[in-house]
Design a protein around this ligand. Structure first.
Ligand SMILES: Cc1cc2nc3c(=O)[nH]c(=O)nc-3n(C[C@H](O)[C@H](O)[C@H](O)COP(=O)(O)O)c2cc1C
Length: 331
């Protein structure tokens, strides 16, 4: 049974890996993840705001971006509440690299082009085998068009690709008017991988206290579906490697992701809930399922359910939508 895959130019024994999260904060846990079969490991992110503030430019940055510096600055966590400051992050990266042999992917997280991207080079020098660039942008500014937002995203990728030689994967949100169009642009800009999708942790309203509230709920497999659609839509179009993040909990989730066209599947919630041994279970279940269903390799399966296998995907999606609304019946 051949589970091998190539992700960001790296040959991996199988596609399952721990995604960006606190899972990689402790060296003991990082070693366990390697022992229990994580094919690579993505470190938690270093944030643009941390880097900019470290460079003593926080006030200037705030004024340039939103003009309400004092108030906006108060929304951000204080420097002490980050698990790793910028220097600590680079030290931790070096320690993780020394502790394991699997590829280590460092993560930068931000929303605008700028000097903070120079940390990509430092991460490369710290030994990162690849970078995951999480471009988190919440489009709440009505003056900014979708085209402008996309131009900025492409500019960020352009800038980071100029400063590092290691592969760069771009982690994106699902909310774009024409996601496949943006994915193609990033592919042409040289993104080596696309990671679908960022999760948004929406705020709720406390109607008694008149406050906004927030909570981080871990995912379930139901969150996989928009990722399958996103990967399936771009798999035939792009040269970049594709990874799913969000809703990967079981071997069947890995099979579906691969059929949509993914080269890698990242797990966070499943490992936080079940511990790192869950990785070995998913791998065993995947092998069993492939044997029962007579799939000799993941390569043969990859992309066999992507959008190019449907003659008219637009019509299919519309017809499917109408059929579902018309045929609903009370159970
Ligand atoms: C506690 C926690 C911390 C996370 N930290 C990061 C992070 O630093 N950078 C990042 O890109 N994603 C981060 N994520 C998002 C995960 O990498 C992943 O994309 C998301 O949880 C969806 O995958 P899942 O369904 O397997 O949990 C974090 C998720 C959790 C639950």
């Amino acid at each position: 049974m051949d589970l091998t895959t190539t992700y960001l130019g790296m040959k991996l024994p199988h596609p399952m890996m721990a995604g960006a999260s606190p899972l990689s904060d402790e060296i003991d846990m990082v070693r366990q993840l390697e022992d229990l079969g994580s094919a690579a490991i993505v470190l938690r992110s270093l944030f643009e705001e941390q880097i900019v503030s470290e460079q003593a430019e926080m006030m200037r940055y705030q004024e340039a971006t939103d003009g309400s510096s004092a108030e906006a600055a108060s929304y951000f966590p204080c420097a002490d509440s980050f698990v790793f400051g910028p220097d600590e992050y680079l030290n931790h990266l070096r320690r993780v690299k020394e502790a394991v042999r699997i590829p280590v992917i460092a993560s930068l997280n931000g929303s605008s082009p700028g000097g903070w991207l120079s940390y990509g080079r430092l991460m490369e020098q710290g030994g990162a085998d690849a970078l995951e660039l999480n471009i988190f942008h919440m489009p709440l500014d009505a003056r900014k068009s979708s085209a402008e937002i996309e131009r900025e995203i492409v500019a960020i990728v352009h800038e980071i690709k100029r400063s590092v030689t290691i592969p760069v994967a771009v982690k994106l949100s699902p909310f774009f008017t024409s996601f496949a169009h943006l994915a193609l642009k990033l592919d042409r800009e040289g993104a080596d991988g696309l990671v679908l999708f960022n999760r948004f942790y929406d705020v709720d309203i406390d109607i008694q206290e008149l406050e906004l509230t927030r909570a981080l709920h871990l995912s379930t497999s139901s969150e996989l579906l928009p990722r399958l659609r996103g990967i399936g839509a771009i798999a035939p179009l792009v040269r970049a490697s594709l990874a799913v993040t969000g809703g990967v909990h079981t071997a069947i989730d890995v099979v579906k992701s691969t059929m949509a066209g993914a080269h890698a599947t990242q797990m966070v919630s499943a490992l936080l809930q079940n511990g790192p041994a869950h990785l070995s279970k998913v791998r065993r279940d995947l092998e069993d399922w492939m044997e029962e269903n007579e799939w000799p390799s993941l390569t043969e399966m990859r992309g066999n359910m992507s959008v190019d296998k449907i003659p008219n995907p637009q019509a299919y999606a519309r017809a499917n939508y109408m059929r579902m609304l018309q045929t609903w019946a009370r159970a």
